[in-house]
Ligand binder design. Structure first.
Ligand code: ADP
Ligand code: TRP
Length: 330
């Protein structure tokens, strides 16, 4: 079992990233060999500011360490420092099909009405993601629900490559989507995903939000006028209520049913303060560590550099084998 996952260093880490993905990463590093990286090359798929990207990459590394990723246990690095990612992507571009990429919902969402004006990087984004995973022959990829389609594509690319060139080079990676909050929704709209790119800051809880900001955001979160039910079925058609219960469950490391066992019959007037208190307690130590860590950008750079060196060594045999399979002289 080899675990790998990545996150784009754009914007701040938010509660959706944490509960949907990173909390699982932290747990897995005690159980198996793990690689985690900042997907800075992926950030080129949308318009970006170079100085800001440099800073966000360091900050996202600090945020991951603050959330519990231990560079002593896991290999932590930024993608741009391991050129094998970009190299393998090019090799896989011969295998990936236009039709497969055109069906990706992220591409459709992010390119919007202006498909002709979207970057090649936005279109080819999932091929780079496949390269990220296949380069290390990763078997398990812990992500939130939204990344499932990209991982299915990585499997298709791996299978076609193995088959076309008669090799057994790439194991088919399994998406690992687990926990009570695999898709945390916006606090303002129970049908939209909580996301860094939502223009409304009130829609998400950032891992850097102060205690009183967290309390405010939960108080203002959209809910409904009914009491919490005693069974999960009673949350059907109540997207916002369901989301808040799932957030509570994931943050408390319990099942959603256990949340209902505790709060059935109570309204949001009682539930919201309890949720806010739980989140404040849960996020405060992460935020405090983050603020301390991010002061020392030299130390972060050093950690990322040594992570990249380890990653590059792990990647080399697979990359060499891919060149060989394709008949490329080197
Ligand atoms: P964003 O969508 O906010 O830009 P990323 O795409 O960088 O975040 O996602 C990083 C990780 O966090 C991925 O594994 C992704 O599946 C997970 N993730 C992002 N948003 C959510 C969410 N709202 N709920 C659960 N997981 C999420
Ligand atoms: N596309 C992922 C996201 O937006 C980030 C990512 C890039 C990733 N490469 C990856 C996740 C490889 C898992 C494996 O969340």
């Amino acid at each position: 079992m080899r675990v790998l996952s990545g996150i784009q260093p754009t914007g701040n880490l938010h509660l959706g990233n944490y509960l949907g993905a990173i909390k699982n990463w932290v747990r897995m590093q005690d159980e198996c060999e793990c690689l985690f990286f900042l997907a800075d090359l992926h950030a080129l798929s949308m318009p970006h500011n170079p100085a800001q990207l440099t800073q966000s990459t360091r900050e996202m590394a600090a945020a991951l360490i603050a959330a519990g990723i231990d560079p002593g246990k896991s290999t932590l690095f930024n993608q741009a420092r391991v050129p094998a990612h970009a190299e393998l992507q090019w090799l896989l571009n011969g295998t990936a099909r236009m039709g497969w990429l055109g069906r990706m919902t992220q591409f459709k969402d992010k390119s919007g009405k202006n498909r002709e004006g979207a970057s090649i990087a936005l279109f080819a984004y999932p091929v780079l993601q496949a390269a990220d995973v296949l380069l290390y022959r990763a078997t398990h990829v812990p992500v939130g629900e939204d990344q499932k389609q990209h991982l299915e594509l990585a499997r298709d690319i791996a299978a076609k490559f193995n088959n076309d060139y008669g090799v057994d080079l790439f194991p088919l990676p399994e998406p690992y989507i687990t926990g009570a909050a695999t898709r945390v929704m916006s606090l303002r709209d129970g049908n939209a995903k909580m996301s860094k790119s939502d223009p409304s800051d009130g829609s998400r809880i950032n891992m850097t939000d102060a205690d009183d900001v967290i309390v405010q955001k939960i108080r203002k979160a959209k809910s409904d006028a009914d009491a919490l039910p005693s069974e999960l079925a009673g949350l059907g058609g109540r997207a916002e209520a369901h989301n808040l219960v799932n957030i509570y469950a994931a943050a408390a490391d319990i099942e959603p049913q256990a949340v209902l066992d505790q709060f059935a019959g109570q309204g949001f007037g009682a539930f919201k303060p309890a949720l806010a208190e739980l989140l404040v307690e849960r996020l405060r130590p992460i935020r405090d560590r983050f603020i301390a860590l991010k002061q020392d950008s030299a130390a972060i750079d050093q950690l990322l550099r040594s992570g990249a060196e380890k990653a590059a060594n792990m990647a080399k045999p697979t990359l060499d084998a891919a060149y060989r399979a394709l008949g490329l002289l080197r």
